[in-house]
Design a protein around this ligand. Structure first.
Ligand SMILES: Nc1ncnc2c1ncn2[C@@H]1O[C@H](COP(=O)(O)OP(=O)(O)OP(=O)(O)O)[C@@H](O)[C@H]1O
Ligand SMILES: CC(=O)N[C@H]1[C@@H]2OC[C@@H](O2)[C@@H](O)[C@@H]1O[C@H](C)C(=O)O
Length: 377
């Protein structure tokens, strides 16, 4: 039997709102003990810095390049992650010596699967040096080398969770993460890796966030309050849902720039927010038509589950297919820390040389492992 290891996962997602951390004890297979989690928000200055990094990164043609101030941004980002690890360990009363490995996602600044190019800034050696803990980082690259989309990677973790779903939850269950971008994982009847089907399903909160920020300076539509006062503009929604992304022959992974918010003036603040919340929900169901079978239960993770307008739209559309929508917490999971948990789990799989991705998840040619190990001295 593979040994149990203690890992911390670190996720800084496409919303660029902050760093999620989670502690997991796992053998890298089906044994998963979820521990405490933590969140360190970025201040406005850091968020602005990562947004600038997205612009700078457009010049990258080879994944190790760090043009202009990108090397400095990478260093600042890594130190912010090291500080987050230290505050997490302090909070849970653990020492670096009790942690076997950190799974470090970094910040995606460029993702062009068609060119087999994906860049996450995040300096693994610096993080290992700062924390004194072994680090696995750069987990997407090997998948792309083998013909995969480089995303999503979370499905291997969903499979482990699905092998132990609450009794009474109707299968098939599909996990959907509504972050900046949405992605979904069909877990079949038993959650075996061979049964997995997963892909990015469309824009998540990123359009709503950009729309709200452009009009109000706020980072997101808290509680869906703005959207709740608006109405859906059908023509605008259809424009998004007619994107070739939904009808392409292959399920392509998304970059933040693949969908852009409406122009100011195309809608009132409220109608724009409502329309984009509708698009978020409708995009999931549109993409779900490529799954092997219809979901009976949708398990929603990520910040979008906290927007009641998205959740209501989603529940209405799913009910038409006889499916139920639940937040991750209703299935006993933590919908806010699931990605960080996944990065902890994947780090242990990487140490064991186990596959992180599968033909059914990223389109990779065969199941492949991934990640680069840095040993702390
Ligand atoms: N209380 C809330 N009300 C409405 N929306 C919320 C709330 N809390 C978070 N969100 C939305 O969730 C987003 C953050 O979600 P999450 O942390 O899952 O994204 P991420 O992990 O950065 O993205 P990805 O999964 O694409 O990498 C916020 O930007 C916001 O749009
Ligand atoms: C390139 C990249 O960072 N992709 C993210 C992004 O955010 C959501 C979606 O797009 C997903 O494909 C992926 O993250 C999740 C955690 C994943 O790889 O499973």
């Amino acid at each position: 039997m593979a040994k149990m290891r203690t890992a911390i996962g670190l996720m800084s997602g496409t919303s660029m709102d902050g760093i999620d951390l989670a502690l997991v004890r796992t053998d890298g297979h089906e044994r998963v003990e979820r521990g405490p989690s933590h969140y360190v928000p970025y201040d406005d200055g850091l968020r602005a810095r990562w947004k600038q990094a997205l612009v700078t990164a457009k010049a990258i043609t080879e994944r190790r390049q760090r043009p202009a101030d990108l090397a400095d941004a990478e260093r600042v980002l890594t130190l912010a992650h090291a500080a987050a690890i230290k505050s997490f360990l302090h909070r849970i009363g653990m020492t670096p010596g009790e942690i076997d490995v950190i799974g470090f996602h970094g910040q995606t600044v460029l993702h062009r699967p068609d060119e087999a190019l994906t860049v996450q800034i995040g300096d693994g050696p610096l993080l290992a040096e700062e924390t004194g803990i072994d680090v696995i980082y750069d987990m997407r690259a090997n998948d792309m080398v083998h013909g995969g989309q480089g995303a999503p990677l979370i499905p291997a973790y969903h499979a482990a969770l699905a092998s132990n779903l609450p009794v009474g939850l109707e299968r098939p269950a599909v996990f959907v993460n509504i972050g900046g971008i949405s992605n979904l994982t069909y877990t079949g009847q038993a959650g075996r890796p061979a049964e997995l089907a997963a892909f990015d399903s469309g824009p998540g909160n990123m359009l709503i966030d950009q729309w709200i920020e452009a009009h109000t300076g706020k980072a997101y539509d808290k509680g869906g309050q703005t959207a709740a006062r608006g109405k859906v503009i059908t023509a605008l929604a259809e424009r998004y849902l007619a994107s070739p992304f939904f009808s392409a022959n292959i399920r392509r992974s998304l970059d933040r720039g693949d969908f852009l918010p409406p122009q100011k003036g195309e809608a009132s603040l409220e109608d724009g927010a409502r329309t984009l919340a509708h698009v978020t929900a409708a995009a999931i169901l549109k993409s779900a038509s490529y799954l092997p079978e219809q979901a009976r239960t949708w398990i929603v993770c990520g910040g979008g589950r906290l927007n009641p307008v998205i959740m209501a739209e989603f529940a209405t559309l799913a009910a038409r297919q006889g499916a139920k929508v639940i937040a991750a917490e209703e299935a006993g999971f933590n919908g806010g820390s699931m990605e960080a948990e996944a990065w902890a789990y994947l780090a242990v799989r990487s140490l064991e040389g186990l596959p992180l991705t599968f033909p059914g998840t990223t389109g990779v040619s065969e199941p492949v492992t991934g990640g680069v190990l840095v040993t702390a001295r």
